[in-house]
Design a protein around this ligand. Structure first.
Ligand SMILES: Cc1cc2nc3c(=O)[nH]c(=O)nc-3n(C[C@H](O)[C@H](O)[C@H](O)COP(=O)(O)O)c2cc1C
Length: 349
């Protein structure tokens, strides 16, 4: 079915196509029998796929990556596509427009996307309101919700900690785990927060606030695939010293290597983070290196170019406990999670 719809969807501007498909999905899911049929079609009830990670019980190991539902507007509809977990955000304390459009581009020859969205989001208060409502309506849910937090573009790096702490505090009652995003290439200077000193300070402050709640929640760090091996080893040390729960590897890359799309096209698109198939190998390398350095110490969520069972299995074999998808959903459509789960089920452990 999706292979028939995809050429039509791909006629639209990518950001408009995203909005249109989400409206279509929400409309379909608002009709109870359709919602029921979708759950039957796309959700796996296979108990063997459930897994305990970071003290949380995931119904299956495939999640939706941050950025797809930044404002938490479509959680129920997206859950009907079979995800074990959904990460909302990146949210910033104050609503912001993000970068001028166009800012999202498809590279069909590479099954890839380039985006420079720039943390467009409706702000923390709007997300908290939606999550609260969603929790009230879904008291018996098994879906795990992650909250991915960032800083506003206008907040200088010296004051970034306050933005992260504000998001952490307000989201705390409504999410199951947190992700500290210091790796988006689209907020100027953000990735400098991946350096040892500011990162350690930021994570220690968040952990202090986390412990002060009496019931701390898992905090993960989302990293860029463009870090050197030395920087990755430093990240592993920071994970240990700050005692955070784990790492999400990886965000999008600024590299344009190994693409089938002609350089003339990527040059004309300009700056942004590349995601999808071309990121697959690098993000797997990052996972493998981190797992070697961390031992069994922390959780790793693998993301980057996951689109089918073999790409998901590759991440799990490299040491990831869970995987996430974004670009794969655009290219493979709504049956993707079910297909991945079918493929990894016999050997999942
Ligand atoms: C349009 C778009 C927006 C994104 N927004 C965010 C974001 O707000 N926060 C974040 O941590 N990652 C964001 N990402 C990165 C994804 O979560 C993911 O790490 C990356 O796309 C690699 O996965 P993929 O190859 O499955 O797409 C975004 C990716 C895309 C394509």
């Amino acid at each position: 079915m999706y292979h028939l719809l995809k050429p039509l969807i791909f006629l639209l501007d990518p950001e408009k196509a995203h909005k249109a498909t989400m409206t279509l999905l929400d409309t379909a899911c608002a009709v109870p029998p359709v919602h029921f049929i979708m759950q039957r079609m796309f959700c796996s009830g296979d108990e063997a796929l459930s897994t305990n990670v970071m003290g949380l019980r995931f119904a299956n190991p495939v999640g939706l990556a941050a950025g797809f539902d930044k404002d938490g507007k479509h959680i129920s509809s997206l859950a009907s596509l079979g995800f074990g977990f959904i990460e909302v955000g990146t949210v910033t304390p104050i609503a912001q427009e993000g970068n001028p459009k166009p800012r999202l581009f498809r590279l069909p020859a590479d099954k890839a996307l380039i985006n420079r969205m720039g943390f467009n989001n409706e702000g923390l208060d709007a997300l908290v309101r939606r999550l609260k409502k969603w929790r009230e309506r879904n008291t018996d849910t098994k879906l795990i919700i992650g909250g991915n937090i960032g800083k506003n573009k206008l907040t200088p790096n010296e004051n970034a900690e306050q933005d992260y702490l504000t998001c952490f505090g307000a989201l705390f009652p409504w999410v199951d785990y947190f992700v500290v995003n210091v790796s988006s290439p689209n907020t100027p200077g953000l990735r400098e927060l991946q350096e040892k000193e500011p990162l350690t300070k930021l994570l220690l402050l968040l952990q202090e606030k986390n412990r002060s709640t009496g019931k701390p929640k898992p905090v993960l760090l989302k990293i860029a695939p463009d870090l050197t091996d030395t920087q990755l080893d430093e990240i592993a040390d920071i994970v240990r010293s700050t005692e955070i729960a784990g790492v999400i590897a990886t965000n999008t890359t600024v590299s344009r290597n190994n693409l089938s799309t002609p350089p003339g096209i990527t040059d004309s698109i300009g700056a942004g983070g590349l995601s999808g198939s071309p990121l697959r190998e690098r993000s797997t390398q990052v996972i493998r290196r981190l797992r070697e350095k961390l031992g069994t110490h922390a959780a790793i969520i693998g993301v980057g170019g996951v689109e089918d069972a073999s790409s998901a299995r590759e991440k799990l074999d490299a040491g990831a406990n869970l995987v996430q998808v974004y670009s794969g959903l655009v290219y493979q459509g709504p049956a993707m999670v079910k297909n991945i789960l079918k493929g990894i089920s016999p050997s999942f452990s």
